[in-house]
Design a protein around this ligand. Structure first.
Ligand SMILES: Nc1ncnc2c1ncn2[C@@H]1O[C@H](COP(=O)(O)OP(=O)(O)O)[C@@H](O)[C@H]1O
Ligand SMILES: Cc1ncsc1CCOP(=O)(O)O
Ligand SMILES: [Mg+2]
Length: 308
């Protein structure tokens, strides 16, 4: 998977006069951030509040998802049973619905959790793993767009397929560039009213609020994140954690989603400095999710706010 080396200027231009360091019109490079998102504040809030994340996720990634949430500073709980899912979504800080390997019973639990999350105001995140190629999960995820997900987190091919604008990727992997998925992400943001995050070599987080669209480009991470299974899925869970923490602190959903991606990306960058292959990288990534300070995370990533 490859991504752009800069934000696509034909679709977005940077918001001027915002952010802690204005980088002008030039492509984002290391250390040149132009964004209103206060990463330090969000990471600090997330770690202080230790949000409880209700995960309904696939069998492949449960362990790494729980490990990532704990390392980053949140608290994981996997609750799939249809008779328990509604109760837990009511008390959780955030809910993750990941359709990566759904069982019939888990799908029932997902319906119950989503209904309860809506009823109780719990932010829920949709990760449409491999949507496009498989009919059941494509129908489920598309139907849930009407159930007000606070955020959708996916790779570029999944975003394109979920928007109905193209085919999916190759299994769980993307075959699209992030920039190519941007129009589809905008459509989804407009349709759901929630935040849409597209991951790849660069990530982009899109929100449509009151007709005004904002996109934040995030440059961070490391290619080895693609060689450890579940990094994207775990990021979906961490997105739910950040949303829960941000809402409790009165901070915007958009900023919460950016911070989740920054946290994962900064840890990936740090892990890439010490690891030559996926095994050590996975361990170093977990350690960095735990050890990086809010300031180190903010300094490691490059953010660029843009608007149509
Ligand atoms: N080429 C890359 N360089 C740096 N980071 C990457 C690269 N590809 C993916 N990532 C990061 O890996 C994480 C998972 O993203 P991705 O692989 O797109 O998700 P998924 O596992 O759902 O396909 C994200 O934090 C993303 O930014
Ligand atoms: C391999 C696999 N098969 C079904 S779900 C899954 C995990 C996908 O994880 P990620 O989307 O984070 O790469
Ligand atoms: Mg995925």
């Amino acid at each position: 998977m490859t991504g752009p080396t800069h934000a696509p200027r034909d679709l977005f231009r940077p918001v001027s006069g915002r952010g802690r360091h204005t980088g002008g019109m030039s492509a984002p490079g290391s250390g040149s951030s132009s964004s209103s998102v206060d990463i330090v504040h969000l990471v600090s809030e997330m770690r202080r509040s230790e949000p409880l994340v209700h995960c309904l996720t696939n069998s492949v990634v449960r362990q790494i998802t729980a490990d990532v949430l704990l390392a980053a500073g949140a608290a994981p709980a996997m609750v799939d049973h249809p008779e328990e899912a509604a109760d837990f979504a009511a008390v959780a800080s955030g809910v993750l619905v990941n359709v990566g390997n759904p069982t019939a019973e888990q799908v029932e639990g997902m319906h119950a959790a989503i209904g309860s999350a809506r009823e109780h105001g719990t932010p829920w995140v949709l990760d449409p793993v491999a949507v496009g190629g498989l009919t059941l999960r494509t129908g489920l995820a598309t139907g849930w767009l009407d159930h007000v997900p606070a955020a959708i987190r996916a790779n570029a091919s999944e975003i394109v397929a979920l928007a109905g604008t193209g085919a999916g990727g190759r299994g769980v992997d993307s075959t699209h560039d992030v920039a190519a998925a941007l129009p589809s992400a905008l459509m989804l943001a407009e349709r759901t009213g929630g935040v849409v995050a597209v991951t790849g070599a660069q990530d982009v987080v899109v929100t449509n609020s009151g007709g005004l669209t904002v996109a934040t480009w995030i440059t961070s991470g490391h290619p080895l994140l693609q060689k450890v299974i579940g990094t994207g899925c775990a990021l979906g869970a961490l997105t739910a954690a950040y949303l829960g923490a941000a809402r409790a602190a009165g901070l915007p959903d958009h900023d919460a989603v950016v911070a989740a991606h920054a946290h994962v990306g900064a840890a990936g960058t740090a892990a890439g400095r010490v690891a030559a292959g996926p095994g050590l990288f996975a361990v170093a990534w977990l350690d960095a999710l735990y050890t990086l300070t809010p300031g180190e995370i903010a300094d490691s990533v490059t953010l660029l706010d843009a608007t149509p």
